[in-house]
Design a protein around this ligand. Structure first.
Ligand code: NAD
Ligand code: MG
Length: 297
């Protein structure tokens, strides 16, 4: 078991090889991934950086969102955990870890492509954890298509609605309730700068998230609300095996980065915590790349 506190070589800190093809239907479950991803369950150490904070995390059941939710709770935040209904099993594991950290967890299952549901998450936080001052928009949809002819309008719309509209709806609904000091952390990708030929719709949204975040960051800074972005590289999560990549790509997944391996979700959590906490008070509209060394603009 590795952790993020022991001095060591990052090349070999976590799983170094590729992955076996293991296609999953729907959004996929972390519980079914092999090797089991490391979300920091046994390792993340909080130091009180989010004491008393009230957080909403989308995509909180698995992958990067799970790692962020665990870290937020161990740093002292109560957390609303949004996920899709079919991910209940994963989400309950996260809720248990939040409660083990002595914090309140509220499960909020539902589909973010439904505007009314996306907006309702703000009310869920106000009622369920007594406020909202931290939003981590982590949910995302990624479906590869080798030919532009294979991207249906339904897929295109669903990718845009999940990755862009939902973020807009949540932020618009939340702003009137966010006290000064609040932070919003959005999730882009290396795809936002280096789009793959088979991720046309997805890459478009990941560039869009950077632009939306930089515009919002300037608009909301005078209100004391800071908006920033995390841009991950390849991370071992259900997204990738549930149609995010072709099966044959899994053997090489992450191998092309300078570190030569994929990330584990646990390696993303500190970036979310940094941007969420007052430690990053003068960081506004920034994109924190956590991608194993791939050059970015
Ligand atoms: P993941 O599958 O664990 O998380 C994605 C989550 O999105 C799902 O758990 C699901 O709850 C949520 N989601 C998808 N569609 C939804 C909908 N319609 N309504 C509600 N929730 C919905 O995978 P992950 O890799 O941790 O993805 C998290 C974020 O990280 C995504 O925004 C993704 O684009 C981004 N990202 C991932 C990678 C990677 O390599 N894994 C790389 C760069 C960026
Ligand atoms: Mg999931």
């Amino acid at each position: 078991m590795s952790d993020q506190y022991t001095f060591q070589d990052p090349v070999t800190q976590y799983h170094t090889g590729g992955f076996e093809a293991q296609p999953q239907d729907g959004p996929g479950l972390a519980a079914d991934l092999g090797p089991h991803p490391d979300h920091g369950e046994s390792t993340y150490r909080g130091t009180g950086r989010l004491t008393g904070r009230k957080a909403l995390v989308t995509g909180a059941d698995s992958g990067i969102g799970r790692a962020a939710a665990i870290a937020f709770a161990r740093e002292g935040a109560d957390v609303v955990l949004n996920h899709l209904p079919e991910e209940q099993e994963d989400a309950e594991q996260v809720a248990r870890l939040v409660r083990d950290a002595g914090r309140t967890a509220v499960l909020a299952p539902g589909d973010l492509t439904d505007e009314a549901f996306a907006r309702s998450l703000v009310r869920t936080a106000l009622d369920g954890i007594g406020g909202l001052d931290l939003i981590a928009n982590v949910a995302g949809k990624q479906q590869h298509a080798e030919d532009v002819a294979d991207i249906t309008t339904a897929q295109f719309d669903e990718t845009i609605r999940t990755n862009l509209n939902a973020l807009f709806w949540i932020v618009q609904e939340a702003v009137p309730h966010l006290p000064p000091g609040s932070t919003i952390v959005n999730t882009s990708s290396v795809q936002g700068y280096q789009p793959s030929p088979n991720l046309v719709d997805y890459a478009t949204t990941k560039s869009g998230i950077i632009a939306m975040s930089k515009a919002l960051a300037q608009q909301l800074a005078p209100k004391g609300i800071r908006v920033n972005v995390v841009a991950p590289g390849p991370v071992w999560t259900p997204l990738q095996v549930a149609g995010g990549q072709p099966d044959e790509a899994m053997a090489e997944f992450g191998q092309q980065t300078p570190l030569g391996r994929a990330a584990q979700p646990a390696e993303l959590a500190p970036a979310y915590v940094f941007l969420a906490s007052p430690e990053s008070s003068y960081v506004v509209g920034e994109v924190l790349n956590v991608n194993g060394g791939m050059p970015t603009p």
